[in-house]
Design a protein around this ligand. Structure first.
Ligand SMILES: NC(=O)c1ccc[n+]([C@@H]2O[C@H](COP(=O)([O-])OP(=O)(O)OC[C@H]3O[C@@H](n4cnc5c(N)ncnc54)[C@H](O)[C@@H]3O)[C@@H](O)[C@H]2O)c1
Length: 355
């Protein structure tokens, strides 16, 4: 089947032009659910979107931090009082199911416009190669075998995200004021009239969706799986349920998820900025015409060695990245037409990744 027919069938939108300004005000009036919303990216998304008039419902296991954040959001000048936190353990189906029901009942219009599957953790056991160290001296020998591994990272990042996606598909398709036929249309009609409601699932992957992170075995596996979830889901969510599915893949940013040992290892290297992730996430949420697309948010790195230094602001993964990845070229961060560059500050280091 010609590729164009598949694109038409799944109603994927055109490549994103990241040089166009992000319209943060277009989040106004949206009800947005964020899992893992009490800290890090989730909290930064919440602050930005609440400041631009969105209604946030945050789910997390850090109840104190979540409640404190909601109090902060309500005090932002111009923000709506419709800001809520509810306990939600994404690894538990019962907990997430209850959280989504709560979220729907808390929404001012009784539905959800956006679900951001953001909750995640890093590996608590960096590789599968050191089982004997976990057992303690003298406990490991050829007959006992290793202890059962703790797969919490997969439970949260993979199973938890799959639960979120499953619940999102159900509730987004039931968002009052939304229609499947509006998929891919800008929310505010050109000829005036009220904006239609959206149905949007934003998955949060990582650069670890594209490249392996040495020692972070479960994390890499889970984030590759989120990429797979995105690629499969975007193939059906549009035409079957009128839900647009997009993916955000941030580069390493110093949030709570980055363990101290990794911060030390990264000292002096280029790291990402949470603001860039918020900007990219806002673009995907605010622009209802973006369907089935992914943005990789890169660090500021030197990408040319001919005396010119550029700042990589956002590396576009335009659906094409998956094909590139399959061809073994997914590690090439620069040098593609899809990469958006602008002249910037000279950086200290060049970051290179395994292919
Ligand atoms: N910071 C980075 O370098 C980076 C890079 C790429 C992708 N990401 C992804 O971004 C997302 C957010 O991470 P972050 O960097 O903001 O880290 P973070 O640790 O600051 O935030 C993660 C949040 O998820 C919550 N959480 C953990 N387990 C949970 C559970 N079982 N149920 C509900 N919530 C739970 C935590 O309490 C925390 O508030 C994650 O999916 C992460 O993999 C982060």
């Amino acid at each position: 089947m010609p590729r164009e027919n598949v694109v038409d069938l799944i109603r994927q939108s055109k490549p994103i032009d990241v040089t166009r300004p992000v319209r943060s005000d277009d989040v106004r009036g949206r009800t947005i659910v964020i899992t893992g919303g009490a800290s890090g990216f989730g909290a930064s998304f919440a602050r930005h979107w609440a400041a631009h008039g969105a209604y946030l419902i945050l789910g997390d296991i850090q109840d104190q931090a979540g409640e404190a954040l909601v109090a902060e959001l309500r005090s932002i000048p111009g923000a709506s009082p419709h800001q809520h936190y509810r306990h939600c353990d994404v690894a538990s189906w019962e907990s997430q199911d209850a959280f989504f029901r709560d979220a729907v009942s808390l929404s001012p219009h009784g539905g959800l416009d956006d679900v951001v599957a953001n909750a995640g953790v890093s590996d608590n056991d960096f590789s599968f190669c050191r089982a004997e160290e976990k057992r303690g001296a003298g406990k490991s020998d050829a007959t006992t075998g290793p202890d059962k591994p703790d797969l919490k990272c997969l439970d949260i990042n993979l199973v938890g995200t799959a639960y979120t996606a499953h619940l999102a598909m159900y509730w987004l398709a039931r968002n009052p004021g939304s229609t499947a036929s509006a998929l891919g249309r800008p929310r505010t009609p050109g000829g005036g009239g009220p904006p239609h409601r959206d149905r949007h699932l934003l998955l949060v992957g990582s650069v670890a969706s594209l490249w392996p992170v040495a020692q972070a075995t479960q994390y890499t596996a889970s984030k590759h799986a989120v990429l797979g979830l995105f690629r499969a889901l975007r193939g059906v969510a549009g035409w079957q349920a009128g839900v647009r599915v997009n993916l955000l893949c941030p580069y390493i940013v110093a949030t709570g998820i980055v363990p101290p040992v990794a911060r030390v290892a990264l000292a002096g290297a280029a790291v990402g900025h949470v603001d860039a992730a918020v900007e990219a996430g806002t673009r995907l949420v605010a622009d209802a015409s973006i369907v089935g697309r992914a943005l990789v948010v890169g660090p500021k790195v030197r990408v040319r060695d001919d005396g010119e230094t550029y700042e990589v602001t956002e590396l576009l993964a335009q659906g094409g990245f998956a094909a590139d990845h399959e061809n073994g070229r997914g590690g090439e961060m620069a040098g593609r037409g899809a990469v958006s560059l602008r002249r910037g500050r000279r950086m200290r280091t060049t970051t290179s990744w395994w292919r």
